[in-house]
Design a protein around this ligand. Sequence first.
Ligand code: S3P
Length: 444
Amino acid sequence: MESATPRPHRAARPAQPLTGSIAVPGDKSISHRALMFGALAVGRTRISGLLEGEDVLRTAAAMRALGADISRDGADWVVSGRGIGGLTEPADVLDMGNSGTAARLLAGILATHDFYSVMTGDASLRNRPMRRVIEPLKSTGAQFFSREGGRLPLTIIGARDALPVSYRLPVASAQVKSAILLAGLNAPGITEVEEPEPTRDHSENMLKHFGATISVASVGHGRVIRLTGQPELRGADVAVPGDPSSAAFPLVAALLVPGSSVTVQGVGLNPLRTGLFETLREMGAALEVTNQRIEGGEPVGDITATYTSLRAVDVPARRAPSMIDEYPILAVVCAAAKGSSRLRGLHELRVKESDRLAATAALLRVNGVHVEIEDDDLIVHGGGNLPGGGLVETHMDHRLAMSALVLGQVTGQPVSIDDARFIDTSFPGFLRLMRGLGARVEAA
Ligand code: S3P
C-alpha cells in the first residue's frame, strides 16, 4: 500500500447514460498462478496481460525472494524458473499484503521446500484463517507455527522428504485445492484432491499447460484431481484474460444506469467463474457475448451489457463457488431489482478480505436498503427507490469499495466510502476507467 492515509471517495448519479468499450486488467487468479508456476518451471515463461495489482505484485516479490528471476519486458512479464524443488530460503519475512490467494498458494509451495520461511500480511490478511491449508499441508511432513486460530504470521519448515497428500476438501476452496497441488509438485507419487463442488480450475489448466501429468475425473457433483509428483515443468507462454470479477463492476453499472450500454473486451469466461453472468441473465439482464475464442487455454469473449429493468432472483448455494467474489456487486443489483432476492449458502463470505456477508448487508443498509441475514443467506428487498446518502466502511476490502461506488450511480443521494486505496489490490485504474464511461466518482 503506497499511501498510509485513507482516500475517501464519493459516487453520484451521472447526468448521462454510461457508454463505451473497455478492457479490464488481467485475471487475478491466473496472474498469481502464472508467476508461481513460472518460478517452478525450467526455462522461460512469458506472461502477457498480467494483472499489475498490489496482490499480484506481492506474489512476484515473494517468488523473487525465493530465487526466481522475474522482470518486466515491455508490456509482458518474463519469469526464469528454478525448477521443481529449486527455490531457495528467503532472506527475510515474505509479506503477502492483502492477498489470501498469494498466502495460501505460497504455503503449498513452501511446505515441500526444505527450508525455513515466515509469511505475514496486512491487518486484513493476518485475520484470515490459514488452518484450512495448514492442516492438509502438515501431511507432507512440513511443520507450521502460527498465531492463535491458525493466523499469520506463519512460520513454515518445509518437509525434507515430502509425502504426497490425499485430501477431500471440507470447504469448496480453489485456494486450498491449489495449495495441495503446488505442494504435490515436489512430493514423489500421486497427490489427490477431491472437491465436493467444482471450484475454479486455473491451477489444473496451467499445470497441464506447463507439462505436468494431471487427471480430473467427475465424481457426483464434484471432481477428483490426481497429480503425479516431481514432473519437469517447462516454462510456457501465458496469455492472461481480462478478469471476469473486475468486468462485473462496469457491466453492472451499465445494467443499472438507464440508457447505458458498455462493452468489456477479452473477458475470461471459464465456466467455473461465470455464475454472476448466469444469475444476471436470470434477472432479465441484457448481456451479449461476442467474439468468443480460446486464448492461452481459457475461453474468452467480449461482453456487452445494456440497461434493462431487472427482477429479483433466488441463487442456489451450489452456484457460490462460480461467483464467490461477486456477491457484493450482485447484492447491489438485487437492491435495484424488483422484488426480494435470496442469495443462499454464503458462509465462505465471512472469511474473505472482510466479513463480506456482514459488510455487504451494512453497505446496503446504510444506504436505505432493507436487508436481512438468515443463517448463511442474504435477503435483499429491492425495487423501492434507492435513497443512498450513506458512508460505507470498506474494511480494507477492494470489492466492497467498488460495489459501493457502483451503487452510488443509481441512488438518490451520493454514496461515500471511507477508503478507495484497496481497489488497487485487484483493479488498478478502476476509478479512471469508470469515469471514462461517464460514471461520477470523485475524491471526497
Ligand atoms: C481464488 C479462490 C477464491 C476467491 C479468491 C481467488 C483463487 O477463494 O475468493 O478471490 O485464485 O484460487 P477461496 O478458495 O477461498 O474460495
